[in-house]
Design a protein around this ligand. Structure first.
Ligand code: SRM
Ligand code: SF4
Length: 595
C-alpha cells in the first residue's frame, strides 16, 4: 500500500483528531506511526529521536531513543511570571532545559510519550497553548520585543494577539485529546473578536471556518516590526506588518508578503525570498485583509509538491499584481492602498536596561543560543530566570533573537534583578562583541531529525575564535551578523545575514555572504563548502577588507553592498524554469503511477 500524502492525512483526520488520543494513551508504545506524528505537529509536538544515540542503538539492533519536542507559543513572546514558572516545572519532565525559539516561543525537548499529555495540558492550563505551534497553519505571531509603553508598541502587540486568535484552528480535537474534553478556556473562545457564528460552528465540531478540511498547503508565518527595528525579521515572513502612526495613533499598516527561507542544497526550484510590499491597509481592516491573504494561499498554494508549497512560491508563480488582485477580490468593502515606504536599520535586540515610558524599566538579557539551562561552570540561566519570576513576579518577553526581556521592573527592583543575574553567573552583554550579542544558531543535533551538521552546539566555539579576530581588528563594536543552521531549511534565518553558514554534512557548511544587518537583503552563495574549523579564517578575509576599505561609520553590510555585486542566490528567471521543470516531472510521475 502506498504511503498517504500529508494532504490525504489532513483530509482524513477528522479535524486533526486522527487516533492521537489512542496512541498517546497506549502505554505500550514508545512512539507513534508517521501519519499520527504528522497530525501531532498541528497540536504543537514533534516526534524525534536522540541522534547522538542513533548509530549505537542501530548497531545493537535496538529501537531509537524516541521522545517528543513540545513547542508552546505566545504572541509577541509575552509570558507572565506564573507561565514561566510552569514551563520551568514542566521542563523537569523533559531533558531539562527550555529552548527559546527565534519565533518567540519555547521548546521542551526529550519529553517521553508517557509525559506528553501532562506537559501539553500544563502549558494550556497556564493560559498559553501549543495549538498551531507547528503544522500547516498560522504559527506563532511575532511582535516587537521591547515592552515600551507607546501607542505604536501597544498596537503592534494587540495586532499579534488578534491575528493569533483569528487563525487558531478550531476543532474540538485538541481539548478532547490533551484536556480530556475540558472546555478550552484560552481567551480565544470567549474573545469578543471571534464572530459568534464562528464560535457556534466550532463548538458543533464542523469544518474549520478558515482552514477547511485540508488546512493550509504549508506552514504560515507572520510578524509585526516597528521601524527602524527589524527584530522580528519582517522580510523573512509569509506576511509582515509595519505600522504607520498619524497624530499619535496607528492609522494603518503596510503589509508585506511572500518571504520565506527554506531551500534545498543544489535544487534551484527552491530558494529563499524576501517579502515584498503588497498594500497599505487602515488599522480596522488589517486582520480581515490578513484573512484574505491566508485564504488566497489556502486556495492557490501548491498542494502537490510540499517543497514548493509555501506562500512565497504562490506569490512568485502568480506574480505580485495578480496576487494582490486575488486578495482584493476577497475584500469587497476594503480598498488595498499603495504600500508606504518602510525603513529598517537593524535586526538586533537592544540588550541591557531601558525605560519603558511609564516609570518602570526593562532589562534585555542575552541568552546564548536561546538555551535556558544551568551550565556546569557557566551561566545558570534556568535558576536565574526562575528566581526573578518567583521572587519578583516579573513578566518576560522572549525576543526573536532568543534573548529574554525582564519587563515591568520598578526602579527599586533593578538592583535585585542585577544581583540575581550576577549571582547565577549570567554574563552582562556589555562585555560581548556586537557579533556575539546577535549571533544565532538553529537547534540541529541531537534532536532535529533534519540536521546534516551541528549548529547550536558548534556556533559558540566558532564565536570564541571570531571574537578574537574582531578584537584584533578593533571591530568588536561593529554590527556583523553571523547565523548558522544545520541544514538548508533556514531555521536560523541565515540567508539574510552578513555571514550565513548552512550545514551540508558533518563538519561542512555552505557559506553565504552579503545579507544585511537590517534583514533586507539576501546573501549570495560565496563558497559551496567550508569546514567548521575554517569558518573563522573565511570570515577574517572579509573583515580585513572591510576594515581597510570602509568609510567612516559604515557598517559591514553597507560596505559589502557598496563594494560587491551581491549575488542574491540563483537568477530569478532560472528559478521559474526550474520550478516549471519540477512541476512537469511531478505530473509525469503521477501519470505513470496512475497508469
Ligand atoms: Fe524551523 C523545521 C526548529 C524557525 C524553517 N524547524 C524545523 C524542525 C521542526 C525540524 C523538523 O521538521 O523535524 C526543527 C526542530 C528542531 C528541534 O529539535 O528543536 C525546527 N525552526 C526551529 C527553531 C526552534 C529554530 C531556532 O533556532 O529557534 C525555530 C522555531 C520557531 C517557532 O517557535 O515556531 C524555527 N524554521 C524557523 C525559521 C525562522 C522563522 O520562522 O522566523 C525558518 C525559516 C523561515 C521560513 O519558515 O521560511 C524555519 N523549519 C524551517 C523549515 C523549512 C520550511 C520551508 O519553507 O521549506 C523546516 C522544514 C519543513 O518545514 O519541512 C523547519
Ligand atoms: Fe533542523 Fe535544519 Fe531547522 Fe536547523 S535549519 S533546526 S537543522 S530543520
Amino acid at each position: 500500500m502506498s504511503k498517504a500524502s500529508v494532504e490525504e492525512i489532513k483530509l482524513q483526520s477528522d479535524g486533526l483528531r486522527g487516533v492521537i488520543g489512542e496512541v498517546v494513551g497506549d502505554a505500550g508504545l514508545t512512539h507513534v506511526e508517521e501519519d499520527q506524528a504528522i497530525l501531532m505537529k498541528f497540536h504543537g509536538t514533534y516526534q524525534q529521536d536522540d541522534r547522538d544515540k542513533r548509530a549505537a542503538l542501530t548497531k545493537e539492533k535496538k529501537e531509537k531513543a524516541w521522545s517528543f519536542m513540545v513547542r508552546s507559543k505566545m504572541p509577541g513572546g509575552r509570558i507572565s511570571a506564573e507561565q514561566w514558572l510552569i514551563h520551568d516545572q514542566l521542563c523537569r519532565l523533559s531533558e531539562g532545559s527550555l529552548r527559546l525559539t527565534n519565533r518567540q516561543g519555547i521548546q521542551l525537548h526529550g519529553v517521553l510519550k508517557g509525559n506528553l499529555k501532562e506537559v501539553i495540558a500544563g502549558i494550556c492550563r497556564s493560559g498559553l497553548t501549543t495549538m498551531g505551534a507547528c503544522g500547516d497553519v498560522v504559527r506563532n505571531t511575532m511582535g516587537p520585543a521591547a515592552p515600551v509603553k507607546s501607542a505604536v508598541h501597544g498596537d503592534a502587540q494587540a495586532l499579534t494577539e488578534e491575528i493569533s486568535q483569528r487563525f487558531l484552528w478550531r476543532s474540538q480535537a485538541y481539548a478532547d485529546i490533551w484536556l480530556d474534553g475540558e472546555k478550552l478556556s484560552p481567551e480565544w473562545l470567549a474573545a469578543p473578536e471571534v464572530d459568534p457564528a464562528v464560535r457556534e460552528k466550532t463548538a458543533s465540531g464542523e469544518e474549520d471556518p478558515i482552514y477547511g478540511k485540508a488546512y493550509l498547503p504549508r506552514k504560515f508565518k507572520m510578524a509585526v516590526a516597528i521601524e527602524p527595528v527589524n527584530d522580528t525579521d519582517v522580510y523573512s515572513q509569509d506576511v509582515g506588518f509595519v505600522p504607520h502612526v498619524v497624530d499619535g495613533v496607528v492609522a494603518g499598516y503596510t503589509i508585506l508578503v511572500g518571504g520565506g527561507f527554506g531551500m534545498s542544497h543544489g535544487q534551484l526550484s527552491t530558494r529563499p525570498f524576501l517579502a515584498q510590499p503588497l498594500a497599505y491597509v487602515p488599522r480596522a481592516h488589517v486582520v480581515d485583509a490578513t484573512e484574505a491573504i491566508v485564504t488566497v494561499q489556502r486556495d492557490h498554494g501548491n498542494r502537490t509538491e510540499r517543497k514548493n508549497a509555501r506562500m512565497k512560491y504562490t506569490v512568485q508563480t502568480m506574480g505580485l499584481e495578480a496576487f494582490r488582485a486575488a486578495v482584493q477580490d476577497r475584500l469587497p468593502t476594503v480598498r488595498l492602498e499603495e504600500p508606504k515606504p518602510v525603513f529598517f536599520d537593524s535586526v538586533e535586540d537592544s540588550l541591557g536596561w531601558y525605560e519603558q515610558g511609564d516609570g518602570r524599566w526593562y532589562c534585555a538579557v542575552h541568552v546564548s543560543m536561546g538555551r535556558v539551562t544551568d551550565r556546569d561552570g557557566g551561566p545558570q540561566y534556568l535558576s536565574a530566570f526562575n528566581e526573578i519570576a518567583a521572587e519578583l513576579g516579573l513578566p518576560f518577553v522572549i525576543t526573536p533573537n532568543t534573548n529574554v526581556v525582564v519587563a515591568e521592573v520598578l526602579p527599586e527592583q533593578r538592583a535585585m534583578v542585577d544581583a540575581i543575574l550576577a549571582k547565577h553567573g549570567v554574563p552582562h552583554a556589555d562585555g560581548m562583541t556586537r557579533t556575539r550579542r546577535v549571533a544565532h544558531a538553529c537547534v540541529a543535533l541531537p534532536t532535529c531529525g533534519l540536521s546534516l551538521s551541528e549548529s547550536e552546539r558548534a556556533l559558540p566555539g566558532v564565536l570564541d575564535e571570531v571574537d578574537g579576530v574582531l578584537r584584533e581588528l578593533g571591530l568588536e563594536d561593529d554590527p556583523v551578523l553571523i547565523r548558522m543552521t544545520g541544514c538548508p531549511n533556514g531555521c536560523g534565518r541565515p540567508y539574510n545575514a552578513d555571514f550565513g553558514f548552512v550545514g551540508r554534512a558533518p563538519n561542512k557548511y555552505a557559506m553565504f555572504v552579503g545579507g544585511s544587518i537590517a534583514g533586507d537583503r539576501l546573501a549570495g552563495l560565496e563558497q559551496k563548502t567550508v569546514l567548521l574549523a575554517d569558518i573563522p579564517g573565511a570570515i577574517r578575509g572579509f573583515l580585513e577588507a572591510y576594515k581597510g576599505e570602509r568609510t567612516s561609520g559604515e557598517t559591514f553590510s553597507a560596505w559589502f553592498g557598496r563594494t560587491r555585486p551581491v549575488g542574491p542566490a540563483p537568477d530569478p528567471e532560472q528559478f521559474h524554469v526550474e520550478l516549471a521543470a519540477r512541476a512537469e516531472k511531478l505530473a509525469g510521475e503521477k501519470v505513470a503511477a496512475e497508469g
